[in-house]
Design a binder for this molecule. Structure first.
Ligand code: NI
Length: 145
């Protein structure tokens, strides 16, 4: 389904003035032109979050890792883990932050349960200093909405 043929429904909601004011300040600072777009994004974020909790259905996940490449065998371990799950790893971007530290951004695609597990495994690898797993949703769900 394309954006053009999705029917729109106008809804009316009640909010405390203080809550609405805070929301308006936030979305204005973030550069939204209007509330509707900001609320649509909030709803999509919630749905993607809920989808990420389901074991079934395809998910695309962005995993960010920061690590010290001098840490013993760490880079090799991370590469081994990605090769072991090569069917889930779409692409990896490596940035040398400086003399010691690396930033790695990997896009994983596959069943939610599997991509979450691999992302968590990469983050939990001893020596990884910092990271995050961001669920981007899946084509099927995004098209449906
Ligand atoms: Ni590097």
């Amino acid at each position: 389904m394309t954006e053009e043929n999705k029917a729109l429904t106008r809804v009316s909601i009640s909010l405390e003035n203080t809550l609405l004011d805070a929301f308006d300040r936030l979305i204005t600072a973030q550069g939204y032109d209007n509330r509707s777009e900001a609320i649509r994004d909030l709803i999509r974020a919630r749905l993607i979050h809920e989808g990420a909790e389901q074991p079934e259905g395809e998910q695309v996940v962005v995993v960010t890792l920061v690590y010290d490449h001098h840490a013993r065998e760490l880079a090799a371990k991370l590469i081994d883990k990605q090769h072991h799950h090569h069917g889930l790893v779409v692409s990896t971007l490596h940035v040398h932050l400086g003399e010691r530290h690396c930033l790695e951004v990997s896009v994983l695609r596959g069943p939610a349960k599997e991509v979450r597990h691999l992302g968590e495994e990469l983050l939990a690898t001893r020596g990884v200093l910092h990271g995050d797993i961001q669920f981007a949703g899946g084509e099927e769900a995004l098209s449906r909405w």
